[in-house]
Design a protein around this ligand. Structure first.
Ligand SMILES: [Zn+2]
Ligand SMILES: [Zn+2]
Ligand SMILES: [Zn+2]
Length: 169
């Protein structure tokens, strides 16, 4: 089933139609790759000449999330990123609280453990998402370098040429 069919079936259940505007947003979403916030998507749409209002985009994104075509990643402070899931392999995310980086991962063991847990509870899973929060390797290394600042060898952890010496305040 293609994405437009899936979306219109979802909308029909909600007594809504696949309007031209909704279709345009869906089509554009199918081509974006990566994790974007709604304002970045709005800017992207406008750069393509799609005159879509912010309110319509937000509402349509929420519908696409409910329809399972778009994944919403909850960030800190109520912010969110969106990513197209149609035609993509299932994956989960790690979110760096320092730099906001989103790292994708797939774990067959976690997926299988989840299925087992659901089966034991007699629960029928229709979808799931994992969001692991923490600090990415680069940020953790920077924090460790700052913590050991002044000790011999601590400067090795700094990235050459970038913000050199900033940790020596
Ligand atoms: Zn998963
Ligand atoms: Zn980071
Ligand atoms: Zn992702």
């Amino acid at each position: 089933m293609d994405a437009a069919t899936r979306f219109s079936e979802y909308l029909a259940r909600k007594r809504l139609r696949l309007t031209r505007e909704r279709r345009a947003i869906l089509e554009e979403m199918l081509h974006v790759r990566g994790h974007f916030d709604a304002d970045q998507l709005l800017a992207h749409f406008r750069s393509k000449g799609r005159m879509v209002s912010r309110a319509t985009l937000y509402r349509t994104l929420a519908r696409l999330v409910e329809a399972g075509l778009v994944h919403k990643i909850e960030m800190e402070h109520g912010q969110a990123r969106y990513e197209t899931m149609f035609g993509r392999h299932h994956h989960d995310h790690m979110i760096c609280l320092t730099c906001g980086r989103i790292i994708e991962f797939e774990s067959r063991e976690i997926e299988r453990a989840q299925d087992d847990v659901c089966r034991k509870k007699g629960f029928t899973m229709t979808g799931h998402m994992h969001q692991i929060r923490g600090h990415c390797a680069a940020c953790a290394a920077r924090a460790a370098a700052a913590a050991t600042d002044g000790k011999p060898g601590s400067r090795q952890a700094e990235r050459p040429g970038r913000a050199g010496g900033r940790t020596r305040v």
